[in-house]
Design a protein around this ligand. Sequence first.
Ligand SMILES: NC(=O)C1=CN([C@@H]2O[C@H](COP(=O)(O)OP(=O)(O)OC[C@H]3O[C@@H](n4cnc5c(N)ncnc54)[C@H](O)[C@@H]3O)[C@@H](O)[C@H]2O)C=CC1
Ligand SMILES: N[C@@H](CC=O)C(=O)O
Length: 440
Amino acid sequence: MKPIQVGLLGIGTVGSGTFKVLQRNQEEIKRRAGRGIEITMVADLDLARARAAVGEGVQVVNDARAVIANPDIDIVIELIGGYGIARELVLEAIAAGKHVVTANKALLAVHGTEIFAAAHAKGVMVAFEAAVAGGIPIIKALREGLTANSIQWIAGIINGTTNFILSEMRDKGLDFATVLKEAQRLGYAEADPTFDIEGVDAAHKVTLMSAIAFGIPVQFDKAHVEGITKLAAQDIKYAEQLGYRIKLLGVTKRKAQGIELRVHPSLVPAKRLLANVEGAMNAVVVNGDAVGTTLYYGKGAGSEPTASAVIADLVDITRLHTADAAHRVPHLAFHPDAMSDLQVLPMSEVVTSYYLRMRVADEAGVLAQVTGLLATAGISIDAVLQREADEVGGEGSTQTDLIILTHDTREGTLDEALARLQALPTVLAPIVRIRKEELS
Ligand SMILES: NC(=O)C1=CN([C@@H]2O[C@H](COP(=O)(O)OP(=O)(O)OC[C@H]3O[C@@H](n4cnc5c(N)ncnc54)[C@H](O)[C@@H]3O)[C@@H](O)[C@H]2O)C=CC1
Ligand SMILES: N[C@@H](CC=O)C(=O)O
């Protein structure tokens, strides 16, 4: 049988890795797919770099639409990124009856509903294993391997750039800007690194996992998104002293009233495997009612690790494209007419525990005042740590840091209590609040 023909849009970090791995392992991939898979046409705005990446024998153009218009191309891989031209090209490829593979989580988290509906109507597949956690086959695990389960929650380190930054800052005492530059040099960071450091990239990914796990539409606009730019070094240090590490987590949970969908820095107990995921590595913990807790770990970014997931999708499509569309695995795991109407909960309804740091006047009665106010609000305290005044402001300081860990609390209740605490004359600076996930 003649090889299935693939057109590649964008041959940058992931595109070049995809081309290389497909060439290097072509014989083995063919034995698995039952048929050869060949990239025969590539589009990139940088023609010279694209030609250098593919060599002779592959048609290189700068107009992505020429690839989509080519009747010989069966599968289009979109590796350009962003929501603009990428959305147009993916929709045009679907309209032309091509199957699509993309690593573009931003596109799918924001326009997934439109794209999956178009693909369903046309009877083509849109595969996106590489869009979440790079080389880790988490989409396959959620959509197929765990299909027996009622998924209860997912928590993951799903942005390599921020995990790399947090690890390097903690281990080597390097500053934020230096480590970010290194992450960009290594090809981990997005074209716009604010997506990484402000938690947007992780929110795109957890939005996709949430949709697949709970059978809800992709709703990036409902996700709570906080990055790592406001994290202070002293909170990393205090967290360690309390037996925790701070990680940027994407969390989604099934609750009786709806779904929690959030990205923010979180304290994770140092003994948990997730707390020990370092550098640019990713890890996702999934809890299902039947299987219990499972962990998926690996490289979440980089040229060849991400290519590994792109090519897995190419193989899946090669195996399945002749099957009746009704017998393929649904894009979001649940059949489009069997989606759930569970709502994404507002943050005020999220229930979790907290780390609070308060700069307070170092005088008698302040601790009682603070804990009394929390008790009145019904917020139960798990641990209290008070730094010596001289550690905070030097010898003779009249200020101290009070660190409190709470038990589970409704966020709306905590917000009200924090507003009252902040108004106390003995609370001398904005209160720092970091959420805490026990992951048990
Ligand atoms: N770099 C990584 O480790 C990972 C990236 N991704 C996703 O993969 C996608 C690609 O990422 P990278 O390869 O890192 O990006 P990149 O910036 O290295 O490559 C993008 C390529 O697209 C080309 N391009 C831009 N506009 C174009 C257009 N209109 N027509 C044709 N070519 C065009 C650029 O010249 C460039 O060569 C993005 O959606 C990204 O979020 C996903 C997982 C990991
Ligand atoms: N910028 C992303 C790349 C993969 O999605 C990351 O740092 O994880």
